[in-house]
Write a protein that binds this ligand. Sequence first.
Ligand code: GDP
Ligand code: GDP
Length: 490
Amino acid sequence: MKPVVALVGRPNVGKSTLFNRITRTRQALVDDFPGVTRDRHYADAVWNEKEFTLVDTGGFLLSDDDLFAAEIRQHVEIAVNEADIVLFVLDGRAGVSPFDRDLSDILRRSQKPVFYLINKIENASQHHNIPEFYSLGIDKFYPVSAEHGLGMDELLDEMTAAFPDYELDNTPVDDKEICIAVAGRPNVGKSSLINKLFGEQRLMVSEQAGTTRDSVSLTIEYGGRRFKLIDTAGIRRKGKVTEKIEKYSIMKSLQSLDACDVALILIDASEGVTDQDITIAGYAQDRGCGAMFLFNKWDIVDSDEKDQKKFMDELRMQSKFLSFAPAMTISARTGLRTHKIFDMVESIYNEYSHRINTGLLNRIIEDAVFRSEPPLHKGKRLKFYYATQVSVKPPTIVCFVNYPDAVHFSYKRYLLNQIREVAELEKTPINLYFRERTGKIDFSDRIPDTPANKRYAEKKKRKSVKRKKEREIQQERKKARETKDSQNSF
Ligand code: GDP
Ligand code: GDP
């Protein structure tokens, strides 16, 4: 699991500017998942080869009008509970406010590593503002400027060095083991479902104390398969969660979704589909995991409301991006259809970890292109050369073409649908990327990973970098010659 780093502080201190600054820093940038346009307040980043998830807790607040001292305090308390590292942002221009004192008291009492940032420090004269902050009783501050990117390297170096040790969590994943996460708003019935699926089963093989923070994992064997529940603290052992703060409890979901193969997204059928359910579904999509929707509490849905189709249609309309995720109505209380969940999870997992035979994959693409040619690109034909599946979980396919940027979104969707249909992968996300074919096709992903092959690949890479540099130098020289010639001709 990646550590969660939370940005906290009162409004206008620069949290969202920092969020953008950190996640868009060159070294920290992680390839964005395509097709996601929602406004988001969390992002994956990597610094010094350490991955983390950054959450802007301010982004979860409804609006500034909602901000009461008590609420901000609550939001800091939750962030402290749920995050692994807290970045407390102070405003170096506005100085210390009574709020800041309150919040720093809470933070000082916590056991979590907290980094105190003084933001908006852009020049030497503003350094004069720093001593004032020592009255908070903190001895180490990080003066930064989110807007101008000052002080970020030192902060990120020290922050990543303070990450908790996640080593114990890296026990080799057994391929027969399917990791599932149960996600959903508070009170949709997550703990009830977990108890139904895991708690009452006598087959339960282990309940080990979490190696990271207070998370717990449960494993069960069912039909020859092992299912492991990733339960970040709080789902089963939850405290009092009020509606106001439910937005922050999303941090938990982020972490469990990060490590799962299949997410069970619970929706309270007695309340219908809410925006928050769709937000959580969006996280699952971002994470690229398999997913399944469960409409819980079907036992208390009024009989005249009990129209499964209506529920499904509403869900499908709002979560088009997860159209491959199966949906089912259940009741964690009465056990209605809960026995079908593991079978369904297994079937999703089988697709999620499926490898399509390269010959078949290329035939699918060839046939699809033959049946419906892509439109011309600037008068030229778009050519599909070769496709290969580069990884599983989820199936990720790279297709070599002459103009990758010219593949229209709708044509990509068409190809994906063909792959889904022929390879019978209807319940898993699939990534399809287009790359430009440059001369020879790189088959390196198919070469066995032996030391000799690695050395050979590195040598080849060095050579190609060298050749590229040489070409660039030649081109520059040519350009210089041309400019000189054109100047001479005047
Ligand atoms: P948030 O409410 O804590 O998320 O704060 P924002 O990131 O929205 O920033 C509030 C205001 O402070 C905006 O007008 C920013 O442009 C400004 N701001 C943020 N960081 C800096 C900084 O490093 N220097 C200066 N001068 N202004 C900043
Ligand atoms: P969580 O916050 O998502 O973990 O939700 P809980 O499992 O604590 O459930 C919240 C409330 O919903 C509890 O009072 C449960 O008894 C109730 N509940 C959970 N599942 C069902 C169900 O299938 N039917 C009914 N009627 N109530 C349920």
